[in-house]
Design a protein around this ligand. Structure first.
Ligand code: SAM
Ligand code: SF4
Length: 314
């Protein structure tokens, strides 16, 4: 259905857990998060119901995120349930990739169409610092296993952080030389932990453009400008939530792991979905779509939401 500003809302991002096996410095507090009681978190059945109700309102694309979606028990059942609603629903998973090696075949068999894998550095030390203890080799193995399992169009998401991974841009671009993957550089947004970061950590995608000498602009793909360097197999995407406004083309709604619909990533506005069923659930989702603001209002204080990114799902 259309929102109040004529945008066709077809995309649901569902955070299936707020827990994660990493503690990325810009996303989660070092101490992790308080583990919520089972009853506070959406069950697999409740999530399936939400997707079914959203489907009735014309949602045709679903992305499972988190926290880390692959630590969520029942994730494969959820994927199968979504595909049973309609096999044509485009089902994606955004993951840190570390647990992929043991799961890619099952994810493929459960109907997952697309994988987005977050990778902020190829340098083992930098990667470990950013994730607070992660091993980059696990993610690289995850990417390889996804390719082997037949996933194509794999997207690598890199959040740009000045003074942290700005020296890694060239190496990440080089991944596209021999691999048919899409590396997307994303501007850090001031929400969650990053809301309190010094402004000199934030950088625009202009820094990446400096490396794209022989690159051709292939297309503008929703919120991303997509380039290919001559002779390279993969592509490079630049996503500029800070230096560009992506709001006019925003077609998303989000649901948190505790069952709140967020019409906009950056708004504090939330609509309770937990405990609702059938037509009541559809009405709450409709209300959420109609309350979607025209645009976010990053002020000098950053995003208006008090949530951490691991709760919303990015
Ligand atoms: N754990 C999974 C992962 O890391 O891909 C899924 C959840 S994570 C919250 C989703 C995406 O949000 C990741 O690509 C992460 O880098 C990004 N992210 C988290 N905090 C962010 C911020 N403040 N600005 C921009 N992107 C952010
Ligand atoms: Fe976990 Fe993803 Fe947040 Fe990193 S970005 S802490 S992997 S949820």
């Amino acid at each position: 259905m259309n929102d109040s500003y004529g945008r066709k809302i077809q995309y649901l991002r569902l955070s299936v857990t707020d827990l994660c096996n990493y503690r990325c410095v810009y996303c989660m507090p070092e101490t992790g998060v308080h583990k919520k009681d089972h009853s506070e978190i959406l069950s697999i059945e409740e999530m399936t119901e939400i997707v079914r109700a959203a489907y009735a309102l014309d949602i045709r694309k679903v992305r499972l995120t988190g926290g880390e979606p692959l630590v969520r028990k029942g994730i494969l059942t959820l994927c199968r349930n979504i595909k049973e609603i309609d096999n044509a629903i485009e089902l994606g998973v955004t993951t840190n990739g570390s647990l992929l090696p043991a799961m890619t075949k099952d994810l493929k068999a459960a109907g997952v169409d697309r994988l987005n894998i977050s990778l902020d550095s190829l340098n083992p030390e930098t990667f470990s610092k950013i994730t607070r203890g992660g091993n980059v080799q696990n993610v690289l193995n995850g990417i390889r296993s996804a390719q082997d399992a037949g996933f194509d169009n794999i997207k690598i998401n890199t959040v740009l952080m000045n003074g942290i991974n700005d020296k890694d841009i060239f190496d990440l671009i080089r991944l596209t030389r021999d691999n048919q993957i899409h590396v997307r550089f994303i501007e850090l947004m001031p929400l969650g932990v990053a809301k309190y970061w010094n402004s000199n950590r934030f950088m625009t995608t202009k820094a990446v453009e400096g490396y794209l000498h022989n690159a051709e602009l292939l297309r503008i793909d929703g919120v991303a400008r997509v380039y290919r360097i001559a002779g390279y197999k993969g592509t490079i995407g630049l996503i500029c939530p800070m230096s560009d406004s992506f709001c006019p083309s925003c077609n998303k709604i989000r649901v948190t792991a505790d069952g709140k619909l967020k019409p906009c990533l950056h708004s504090h506005q939330e609509i309770e979905l937990k405990g609702l069923h059938g037509k009541e659930l559809e009405k709450a989702i409709t209300d959420g779509i109609l309350q979607k603001p025209q645009s976010h209002r990053f002020g000098t204080v950053g995003s208006a939401t008090e949530r951490f990114m691991n709760e919303i799902g990015g």
